[in-house]
Design a protein around this ligand. Structure first.
Ligand SMILES: *Cc1c(COP(=O)(O)O)cnc(C)c1O
Length: 431
């Protein structure tokens, strides 16, 4: 696993050439190139757009439509009978996502559940895992966390009667630096261990694309009896994860970014089996978290009996139409496999970094780690002069990236559907 860029030597100079024909050679040699055809690529002026915003909203897998259509047909033809007689029965609909979801994040199948949106899940998980006391109630979170996470954490603190601002311990880079250092995270956890009730950290930071050292930080926190949860919104489908072996307490991620499952897609959760099996852990209950055997015995059973798996955090019956694209998407990840995707990703992002280096421009600075193991498939580019104008010019050229105020362009060449030619044309447009 990675350590931050500051601690590791910069990777050896890649042997990339800067010509367009070289980009085409890399595409021709790419063993995953065939996956691009499995997606709808947005068009710009009659040509495929250069889509580098998969960290914001992933593209549509072509297979998604057929699965949604099937559910619509089963609803039309079978109605309530579809709970058990549909081609993919609705009663256990979420269960078919367990195993591919577990492969994606390195978990055991019963440690994974797909439900709700990410922020909803963070709240539901904090109901179980943020159990503050007067002495011990602080939450460690990144200063530049995705705003929804900050809102979730601050309102949890307030709901428990604590001062939200005082209750958050904010992690930030050292003055003049852009990245977090593992030793600084550890120093904070160690210094405040008696006051920290929870650490909620990003697997990959959304602003800089830095990969945090999940196993090392998890071990450090757990040795100090600190509950640690990971927000994997920018990590799931981007980097290789081994949540079970790393002994992570819990994790949550959304499915509409690198997982390409559509706007507002159903999100994922990981709860380590040492917690998932404990029926006494406090949680909010609903019928879909109950033992499936007694789930439909509505008037007979009054007592909530949580199933001893991550499913116990589910409240409502699964949103079948919204879940259908996840089936298509996770099948693509299973087919391509994360190790192969990660290998291409390191090469593709490394190639884009090389092309940006070659421009030798002082108008921008890449603030993502240079060490390939300390970043995912995103380069965050800090623009010195008019960033919005540049973004507009890129859009005019058929290039879609993501912009964060005040001056950061985030470009994410994803290994499933982006090409080396995409990277080349982005760098060419920047020039
Ligand atoms: C995208 C993102 C969210 C938003 O997820 P919702 O499913 O809309 O709640 C929350 N946190 C992080 C870190 C994200 O990247």
């Amino acid at each position: 696993m990675p350590s931050p860029a500051q601690q590791t030597p910069v990777s050896p100079p890649p042997t990339f050439s800067s010509s367009e024909s070289f980009a085409r050679e890399l595409d021709a040699a790419d063993p995953l190139a065939r996956f691009r055809e499995r997606f709808h690529i947005p068009q710009h002026a009659g040509h495929p757009a250069i889509y580098l915003a998969g960290n914001s909203l992933g593209l549509q897998p072509k297979a998604a439509r057929e699965i949604i259509d099937q559910e619509l047909r089963d609803w039309a033809d079978l109605a309530v009978e579809a709970h058990f007689k549909a081609r993919r029965p609705w009663f256990p609909y979420h269960e078919q996502l367990r195993t591919p979801g577990a492969r994606l994040v390195g978990a055991l199948p019963h440690e994974v559940v797909f439900m709700n949106g990410l922020t909803v899940n963070l709240h539901l998980l904090m109901v179980s895992f943020f159990r503050p006391t007067a002495e011990r109630h602080q939450i460690v979170i990144e200063d530049h966390a995705f705003p929804s996470d900050t809102y979730a954490v601050s309102t949890q603190l307030a709901w428990h009667g604590f001062d939200a601002a005082a209750g958050m311990l904010l992690l930030r880079p050292r003055p003049g630096e852009n990245l977090l250092r593992t030793e600084d995270i550890e120093a904070l956890l160690d210094r405040e261990k008696r006051r920290i009730a929870l650490a909620l950290l990003p697997g990959v930071t959304f602003l800089t694309g830095q990969v945090l050292d999940i196993p090392r930080i998890t071990r450090f926190a757990r040795e100090r009896n600190i509950i640690i949860g990971w927000d994997l919104a920018h990590a799931a489908g981007n980097i290789e994860l081994k949540l079970h072996d790393w002994d992570v307490d819990f994790a949550a991620w959304c499915s509409y970014k690198y997982l390409n499952s559509g706007p507002g897609a159903v999100a994922g959760c990981f709860i380590h089996e040492r917690w998932a099996r404990d029926p006494k852990l406090p949680r909010f209950g609903g019928w879909w978290g109950n033992e499936p055997a007694t789930r439909f015995q509505m008037h007979v059973e009054r007592e909530f009996k949580p199933v001893p798996t991550a499913d116990a955090w589910q409240l409502s019956n699964p949103p079948v139409l919204a879940m259908a694209p996840l089936i298509a998407s996770l099948a693509l990840f299973d087919e391509a496999t994360m190790p192969a995707l990660r290998a291409k990703s390191e090469q593709l992002t490394g190639y884009l970094q090389h092309l940006l280096d070659e421009l030798k421009s002082d108008r921008y600075e890449v603030i993502t780690p240079r060490d390939p193991t300390a970043r995912g498939c995103q380069l965050s580019i800090k623009i010195r002069d008019d960033a919005k104008k540049l973004l507009h010019q890129l859009t005019e050229a058929g290039i879609t990236c993501d912009f964060r105020e005040p001056n950061i362009i985030r470009a994410a060449p994803t290994p499933l559907y982006n090409t080396f030619s995409d990277a080349w044309r982005f760098a060419d447009a920047l020039k």
